[in-house]
Design a protein around this ligand. Structure first.
Ligand code: MF3
Ligand code: CO
Ligand code: CO
Length: 258
């Protein structure tokens, strides 16, 4: 008898039972994201948002995924204006009308991670910032639509990049999306730029966190002295959206939806 050869990247494929747990995790996390987005407004601090997130996650019987991750000190990442990702919540960071803020939050439910982010305007923002937020949301959507079994990772990357660059914005290159499951960051890395028909072939059962980070100006970034906060090199605004999705035989399923 010939021993069945495990498929390439077989370890990336989640079972039906695992997907059921990740679906529950995603649904919980999506509720947290939506509540946080609603709470955003002039006068609120990023620490207020962090506290609210932690309370909600713990009330749901889950655990904050970021707290303590490589020493990260908070439940959410709250990145304002030129901050791209990994902004640390602070009592000193009060939101002002005209700001934009990305809220990235993750939880662990029954041993499985879920990860999502949204960018929202604080009150009235400029038309350019509105367009940045809309483009980033659409770029994530384009990536999700390309994440079909049989397609390749490069198809996802290229779909995101096209959406962004055809709008005149730039895609951050130093940070990527990722596989997700029993760990927050699993293989593969998912670049937000790339060539169609290249890279890993997508198969049903893969769970991926897609997360375009989009800048108004240059794509380059740097990290502040706090060793976490990533900002744009030119100080111009940046936006970020993220969903945890499952690749199925009939297209992608968004797990982080309410
Ligand atoms: N949520 C981020 C991601 O999308 C990772 C945050 S790590 C932390 O991959 F330590 F900053 F929380
Ligand atoms: Co995230
Ligand atoms: Co992520």
């Amino acid at each position: 008898m010939i021993k069945a050869k495990p498929g390439q990247h077989a370890g990336l494929i989640k079972s039906r039972e695992e997907l059921d747990i990740m679906r529950d995790a995603g649904r919980k996390l999506a509720r947290v994201r939506e509540e946080l987005a609603k709470a955003v407004g002039p006068g609120i601090t990023t620490l207020d948002l962090d506290r609210q997130a932690r309370e909600m996650i713990e009330d749901m019987g889950a655990r904050p995924a970021f707290l303590g991750y490589r020493g990260y000190p908070a439940t959410i990442c709250a990145s304002v204006n030129e901050e791209v990702v990994h902004g640390i919540p602070s009592a000193g960071r009060k939101l002002n009308e005209g700001d934009l803020i990305s809220l990235d939050v993750g939880l662990i439910h029954e041993g499985f991670y879920s990860d999502t982010a949204i960018t929202v305007a604080v009150g009235q923002v400029t038309p350019e910032i509105e367009r940045l937020i809309g483009t980033t949301r659409e770029a994530l959507k384009a990536g999700i639509e390309a994440a079909r079994a049989g397609n390749r990772l490069g198809d996802v990357s290229a779909a995101i990049q096209n959406q962004v660059e055809s709008s005149g914005f730039s895609v951050v290159r130093e940070y990527t999306g990722h596989g997700i499951g029993r760990e927050m960051h699993e293989e593969p890395r998912i670049k937000n730029y790339g060539r169609p028909d290249s890279g890993l072939r997508l198969r049903a059962g893969m769970v991926l966190a897609l997360e375009p980070m989009v800048n108004i100006g240059v794509w380059n970034t740097r990290v502040l002295d706090d060793e976490w906060t990533v900002v744009t090199a030119d100080g111009k605004p940046s936006a970020h959206f993220e969903h945890t999705i499952a690749v199925t035989e009939n297209g992608a399923e968004i797990l982080t939806k309410v």
